[in-house]
Design a protein. Sequence first.
Length: 351
Amino acid sequence: MSRTSQQSLVGVIGAGSFGTAVANLLSINTDVLMFSRQEELVEVINKENRHPNYNLALSHRVKATADLQEIAERCTLIFPIVTSGGFRTMMQSLSPYLKPYHLLIHGTKGFDLKNLSDEDLLQGKITRKSVRTISEVIREESVVVRIGCLSGPNLANEIMQGQPTATVIGSKFDEVINAGKKVLSSKHFQVFGTYEILGAELAGALKNIIAIGSGILSGLGMGKNIQALLVTRGLMEMIYFGKAFGTSPKPFVGTAGIGDLVCTATSMSSRNFTFGHRLGSGESKDEILASMPETAEGVRTLKIAKHLADHLKLHVPITQMLYKVVHEGYDLKQAIEYLMRYPYYVDVDFI
């Protein structure tokens, strides 16, 4: 198959809500091949042009496959959108079929742990070298060089409904940003670009932590004043993490940072906000996770961020307290009292 024919078809790996939303967006401009491990789902999509899990009609330009090799052989531009915990395994399966000419723009908002078990993590055996962003996983597991990330604000439900929104593609390569803009841009979807891919990835992952906290406040019946305080101070903590990783505050105060944070931390369409809301309403962590159809990435990200903050000696009281609440069952009202009394001596200290 020629490179020209490859470029007329764009691949999406992952048929969850966001992967499906992205596939439908792409279909406005191009033909799409979407990967799912579930052969029954692939069959329904190809026969009926719909996704049964979301009762969503799909464009006739979206076809599905259960074969990663087919995705790699037929598509030059690929959007991998799978959970952070399973991303490296997926890349190891995909990698034998990838070539240096491929472009990958991932839509996964979380971290990978390399050579580190959950037990190691709980024992504090974590360093910056243990934590990988998703673009770093792609570089480690494949020959692909031209890599990008798809940041927010991107609530899948709203995209599926055709509501207007925007996104940020982070990449060091103009070719990746321009390719992403070409296939994603439409009258309902505006695409920005940034060279600061690390900051965009960190913002996308870390805002899920703050969204959980905001959801907890909502579940407790608290108002917008304290929610605004949490979101604002949470943004500061995201920036502190960014500095520790070697990136500037700039990506955090743009669309991929504040934009995605406000969106995710205020909507029941956000899985992480919903998780927090249910926790604040009295349900247990295990009950919520067992009943959620898709992963709330912030639960895992919170665990990684807390232990990494301990190692790096970062001043992140919201992250620390949310960890106690979510993973150790700390009393919610006591946690709020602690954060309200916490001595923040300055409002903004990163400019």
